[in-house]
Design a protein around this ligand. Structure first.
Ligand SMILES: [Zn+2]
Length: 192
C-alpha cells in the first residue's frame, strides 16, 4: 500500500477519530487499566466536551456535557452492555445510543450530543444548509464521484466520511490526479 495508510497518515487518522467519536472498547480498556477502580465511587473518562462519569458500584454511566459559556452541565444516561468473548473470560463493552438504544461501539460527537452513526446522520440531514453538511457533501463527492470509491461505507462500517483515511487509487487514474484529490480531501475535513 506504500505511502498512504502508513506512518504519518495513520497519525492524522487517530487524531480525527479521537476528536469525533468515543470508542466503547477504549473506554473499557481505560476502566480496566485503573488498578484502584474498586476503591473509587466514580471515574471520569474525558471527552472532547465533557466526560463519561462511570459509577463503579452500580456499573452504570452518564455522559456529562459541558454547558456553553457558563450554562449548566447536562447529564445523559449512557447504557452499557458487557458481551462475553468466545474464550469465556474476556469481555467487550458496548454503548447503547442514548437516542435510539442501538448497541454500538462508537458514538459520534454531533453538535454537543453523542449519538450513534445513524442518529448522527439524521441530525446532519436535518441541517442541509449548514456549513458542516456542505463539507460532508463535498467530501462524499470527492470520494464517491471523483475517486469512484462508492463502497467506502461497506469497507468502513460505523465510520463518518470525515474519519475515512484510506481511499484506494482507481486503477485508471494517474497518480498526480489521485494525490491532488487526496489533498483536497483532508482540507475539507478541517472545516468540520
Ligand atoms: Zn442512535
Amino acid at each position: 500500500m506504500g505511502g498512504y495508510g502508513s506512518g504519518g497518515h495513520n497519525k492524522t487518522h487517530s487524531q480525527l477519530e479521537n476528536f469525533h467519536r468515543i470508542d466503547s472498547f477504549s473506554f473499557y480498556d481505560f476502566l480496566m487499566a485503573d488498578k484502584y477502580l474498586y476503591c473509587k465511587t466514580t471515574v471520569q473518562y474525558p471527552l472532547n466536551r465533557g466526560d463519561i462519569v462511570y459509577h463503579v458500584q452500580s456499573k452504570t454511566a452518564l455522559i456529562k456535557v459541558l454547558g456553553v459559556q457558563g450554562s449548566e452541565c447536562r447529564y445523559v444516561d449512557l447504557p452499557l452492555s458487557r458481551v462475553p468473548g468466545i474464550d469465556g473470560k474476556s469481555v467487550r463493552m458496548y454503548f447503547h445510543c442514548p437516542y435510539c438504544g442501538r448497541r454500538v461501539r462508537y458514538l459520534y460527537d454531533c453538535h454537543k450530543h453523542y449519538a450513534c452513526r445513524k442518529c448522527a446522520r439524521l441530525n446532519y440531514a436535518s441541517q442541509q444548509k449548514s456549513g458542516m453538511d456542505e463539507m460532508r457533501l463535498k467530501m462524499e463527492r470527492i470520494v464517491e464521484k471523483e475517486l469512484g470509491y462508492t463502497w467506502w461505507y461497506r469497507d468502513n462500517p460505523d465510520t463518518l466520511i470525515q474519519d475515512l483515511w484510506h481511499v484506494p487509487k482507481p486503477p485508471y487514474m494517474r497518480w498526480e490526479k489521485y494525490d491532488r484529490l487526496l489533498q483536497e480531501f483532508p482540507a475539507a475535513s478541517k472545516g468540520l
